[in-house]
Design a protein. Sequence first.
Lengths: 475, 96
Amino acid sequence: MELFQQTAHALLSSLKDRKVSPQEVAASLLERVKGLDPSIHAFVSLEGDFETPTAFPGGSLPVIPIAVKDNICVKGRLTTCCSKILEGFKPPYHATVVERLMANGVYPFGRTNMDEFAFGSSTETSCYGITRNPWDKERIPGGSSGGSAAAVAADLAIWALGSDTGGSIRQPASLCGVVGLKPTYGRVSRYGLIAFASSLDQIGPITKDVEDGALLLSLIAGHDPMDSTSAERPLPDFRQALKKDVRGIRIGVPKEYFTEGLDPEVGEGVRQAMDTLKRLGAEVKEISLPYSRHVVAVYYLVATAEASSNLARFDGVRYGLREETSDLLSTTAMTRSKGFGAEAKRRIMLGTYALSSGYYDAYYLKAQKVRTLIKRDFDQAFSGCDCIAGPVSPTGAFRIGEKIDDPLAMYLSDIYTIPVNLAGIPALSVPCGFTKKGLPIGLHLLAKPFAEETLFQVAYTFEQNTPFHEQKPRL
Amino acid sequence: MIDLKTVYYVADLARIRLSGEEAKKFSAQLTKILSYFESLKEIDTDAIEPTSHVIPIKNVFREDLLKESLPQKEVLAIAPKRKGPFVKVLRVIDTG
């Protein structure tokens, strides 16, 4: 096996035993990226990271590279959210997650492509152009962390960081056949993550297997005084959870998730995964989440309202693009008109409308109230089970261009991932099969707040008893 | 129904200038999206408190300690227009 194909935990033990040097790992990855990335376009910049393998830090220390989504600040390196409005932006500080990783010998290697400001489910709205799905290059990799998921799936990265506001880690992980985790809201610091929707955003791991997910979460999680919403909770060693099996675990399957809109092949793949878990000793039962059909409406009101407020900061004064005219107001408007792409404008408009005088109560406040009901659905469900399971995405990877002109169709593809962010709970996608066309299917596992260990326990047991994670795209 | 007038009004609030073509497209798309959101009106929420945040945190304070800030030079370096130790902005007060 080539070095670039390995998992981080496997590389880490070879590095510790000095069987391989960090420079060899870097050289192997760099060659892989140079040879293959022109046909995938997972990366938007490698600047400063690894121009030469010898520039890789660490000497003889076990140092491992990681691909980082383009909305997570790395000091002195281009960080643009794949938006023209942040053209040339080099942050003066590291995100807390980057700081923590570097302190543990994990260094940024490349910035990955994403939907502009994470607004999208296909990575088609990036100002740098699209990323292709390694399993079928005519299809999208999912989004918004499509670059990170494609990089991990195509062995262009050992592992990667993504961010998830409504499914942006789990959906691309599912469509690219890798593991993706959205941690509990507050588990991982958001300091240095360029904000999309502050009450929903979380940074999380995209990895080749569940063990790497547990390892990466252990490195980035924990309270951070720089993020007032980060939780002061004890931090377990998540890898300990891998030692347990699923005997006695109660898994709830929401009946609302297996209705119209779900591709039958995806539904079948997920049902077979439930059978596997049952065979392994889990107790599987039907549950109900009655407010499921309202999640897309609630999310696209709450998330766009928060986004319109967060993106007000891009005015051409302190950073990024500036289109100067003779007066302040038109300078701001021209800068934003030129800097933001169509989906960013659409979401800012939608959010501004929902918050505007006369519409606030009918849209924004109403959505916040239904958010309470959605959260209650989960509280109730978790009183009778330890874990909820279902599909991640209603279909396999769709074709490039298929939904880009129909925003509502694109929004509806987030229907299973969105409620997790609204309720603030953790959830994970693990490969559970393939469609007839050979496109990956993901199993979605959801747990109570701060119960990431349950997710790792169930996902690891499933993974170790199934062959799906061992399959790689033919490239 | 989000007519053109509403589109331009909201764009103005959001400090975005739209072309005629963009405005027309947004009018149709936002109308479709908002009519999908109408389903929320079926739900009785009179007795329901809104959720703005999922974890019960409020008033997070820290010690009032003197700490090093980001270096002024590095922060100024990312501003598109600057003069000396300042970020340059356009005139906001009419002196006429």
